[in-house]
Design a protein around this ligand. Structure first.
Ligand SMILES: O=C(CO)[C@H](O)[C@H](O)COP(=O)(O)O
Length: 241
């Protein structure tokens, strides 16, 4: 099974088993979420399911409207029942790295307003320790005028390298949906206490948000190369065949 198919089985499983009628849903960002929205649209069509979808990014908003799903805003839906989102890495304590696609700020806001955050991912995102598999570092969204001092502060406080994320089809840096820059902090191989690191990073003036999601994820579903799904939460890991 290809990586794309592994993403799809995880997405389908989450949508089929955790989305109920009349739910307010947070819709995450990235390539795996595309499959979840497709499945959601199928269920809305075939089962006449009623949902309201609150996006976590420009991409998510476009996905929702492309599939003619009801679009909601946080103003009118401040409490979200369930958010389904991807992740760049999930460690054994369910700490996440997010923001590989640059959408971490709105993703974290929506997750913080959600009763449950479910991660859908392929098997390559499943790690014992952060950094075991995802080598690009922790994305940190920063106010553009402060990126140089923030970069120096992060490197002095924790070691490693904080690199300004460059755009691919544009000269210069990536600009987020919120008009900010992203520093990808490639951290040293140390046993960090991620909750404390997250707090310390967010205390640096000019840091808008970090891609560290600590104690936010309810369950993660990893699509496997053999076609089944592995479910993980804080208490257990099980194979669903
Ligand atoms: O945090 C994200 C975007 O900011 C994504 O959820 C994360 O990058 C995973 O994306 P994909 O499903 O494409 O692997």
């Amino acid at each position: 099974m290809s990586l794309e198919e592994a993403k799809q089985v995880a997405a389908n499983y989450a949508v089929d088993n955790f989305v109920f009628n009349n739910s307010i849903l947070g819709i995450g960002s990235g390539s795996t979420v595309v499959y979840a929205v497709q499945r959601l649209a199928e269920r809305v069509e075939t089962e006449n399911l009623k949902v309201t979808c609150v996006p976590t990014s420009f991409q998510a908003k476009r996905l929702i409207t492309k599939h003619n799903l009801p679009l909601g805003e946080l103003d009118t839906n401040p409490v979200i029942e369930l958010t389904i989102d991807g992740a760049d890495e999930v460690d054994s304590k369910m700490t996440l790295i997010k923001g590989g696609g640059g959408c971490l700020l709105q993703e974290k806001i929506i997750a913080s307003c959600s009763n449950k955050l479910i991660v859908i991912a392929d098997y390559t995102k499943d790690a014992k320790k952060l950094g075991d598999r995802y080598k690009k570092g922790i994305p940190i969204e920063v106010v553009p005028m402060a990126y140089v001092p923030i970069k120096k502060k992060i490197e002095a406080m924790f070691g490693g390298k904080a690199k300004l994320r460059k755009a691919i089809a544009k000269a210069g840096p990536v600009v987020t949906d919120n008009g900010n820059f992203i520093l990808d902090w490639v951290f040293p191989n140390t046993d960090f206490e991620w909750e404390k690191v997250n707090q310390d990073l967010t205390m640096i003036p000019g840091v808008v948000e970090t891609g560290l999601f600590v104690n936010m994820c309810y369950k993660a579903f990893f699509g496997q190369p053999e076609g089944h799904v592995v479910e993980r939460d804080m208490t257990m890991t099980r194979e669903i065949r």
